[in-house]
Design a protein around this ligand. Structure first.
Ligand code: ATP
Ligand code: MG
Length: 353
């Protein structure tokens, strides 16, 4: 099959990583009879600083005809974070109703966790993060900072449709895995939105009698991600809590540079977008040492989504054997001295040879 892929390398380490990874994907695709035609978009913070917008106003119309989108990272030290988020990622995830953010956390052989007593295979869970509303919603201008500069108001929105759109696939995943779902909220403190969320989880749980549901408050969940990560299977959480928990996930699996992510439009009406969990990492940008594995694994999730499971599996298995090989090049975040390009070349040679 042939696919049209929109590539947005974005900012910071996203550039170097995507430049290295895109040719690998094309070559790996050829080895599996999958043709990937890529179109690059120079959208992001540089564009914002020159032209006042991160992407063109008709950007979504342009992206709509693609089969999928690969995003590197967005963020720049000279552009405020909220401008970055609202200038590119949110318009795409909201505009294309990409409600489903799946973020797997795995501790791989050959990678050391900062946690004692956790070895390869112990940590293997996936967070299903609601991706279009919750704490990241804008409610028709109700958000504001008071004119007196003494108060700011921000609401969170939970709709039944979007909540079901994350809760149901989370149950489905749990049902196909170990049958265990952890529902993370803060319904003791947020007595409207989160209680509503709990009700939706309760309702959908009726369809999955084989799945056991555990309820955890987000503070306790954060502690347990560190204390007993091996006991989690599938976690479902709101937009904000899912984001926070998956950075903890990245950290306990050895590096944020290994953590992939999806933004899936569950109806298939619009393209879905795939990107690493990490951001543009200003502290190491331009050094050529960023770990490309999160982006490769995100691309594997793209292939799963497109129905190219063989190619997805090849990418995942190769990453796994590469990480497990003590002589293979590794980037500094996981204890090596190699560059982004060294790692990508090594993975490519393992697939093509
Ligand atoms: P954002 O707001 O976009 O999430 P952030 O400020 O949270 O960005 P990240 O870019 O996510 O920061 O990075 C957090 C830390 O993890 C950085 O200090 C960075 O060095 C490290 N890091 C992130 N991604 C990688 C990577 N691919 N390879 C190596 N280190 C990484
Ligand atoms: Mg971050």
């Amino acid at each position: 099959m042939a696919y049209e892929i929109a590539v947005i390398p974005g900012d910071g380490i996203g550039n170097g990583i995507v430049e290295a990874v895109e040719p690998l994907l094309i070559q790996a695709g050829k080895a599996k009879d999958v043709e990937l035609d890529t179109t690059w978009f120079d959208w992001g913070s540089e564009r914002y600083m020159q032209q006042g917008e991160m992407m063109p106003s008709d950007g979504l119309d342009t992206l709509e005809k693609y089969d999928a989108i690969l995003l590197g990272a967005v963020g720049h030290p000279d552009v405020p974070d909220h401008v970055t988020l609202r200038g590119l990622r949110l318009p795409i995830t909201k505009g294309f109703q990409q409600d489903v953010c799946i973020r797997p956390t795995r501790l791989y052989e050959g990678v050391e966790s900062p946690l004692k007593n956790q070895s390869a295979g112990d940590i293997d869970f996936r967070v299903y993060r609601q991706n279009t509303e919750g704490e990241y919603a804008d409610v028709g201008g109700r958000e504001h900072q008071g004119t007196s500069n003494e108060v700011a108001v921000q609401s969170a929105v939970f709709t039944k449709k979007a909540t079901e759109r994350i809760v149901r696939p989370a149950f489905e995943a749990a049902s196909n895995r170990e049958g265990h779902l952890t529902n993370v909220t803060k319904s003791n403190a947020q007595a409207y939105g989160m209680v509503f969320w709990d009700d939706v989880v309760e309702e959908v749980s009726q369809e999955y009698p084989d799945v056991t549901v555990e309820r955890l408050l987000v503070d306790a969940a954060s502690m347990d991600f560190v204390r007993r990560p091996n006991e989690f299977d599938v976690i479902v959480a709101s937009n904000l809590f899912g984001d926070i928990l998956t950075d903890i996930g990245g950290a306990i699996s050895g590096s944020l540079g290994l953590a992939p992510s999806t933004n899936i439009n569950p109806t298939g009406e619009y393209p879905s977008m795939f990107e690493p969990v990490h951001g543009s990492a200003f502290d190491i940008m331009g050094e050529g040492i960023a770990n490309p594995i999160a982006t490769i694994l995100s691309s594997a999730m793209m292939m799963d989504h497109l129905g190219e499971e063989d190619l997805a599996e090849v990418l995942r298995e190769t990453v796994e054997t590469q990480l497990a090989d003590p002589d293979a090049p590794k980037t500094p975040d996981i204890g090596g001295q190699a560059t982004t390009v060294d790692v990508v070349n090594d993975i490519e040679s393992r697939i093509i040879d």
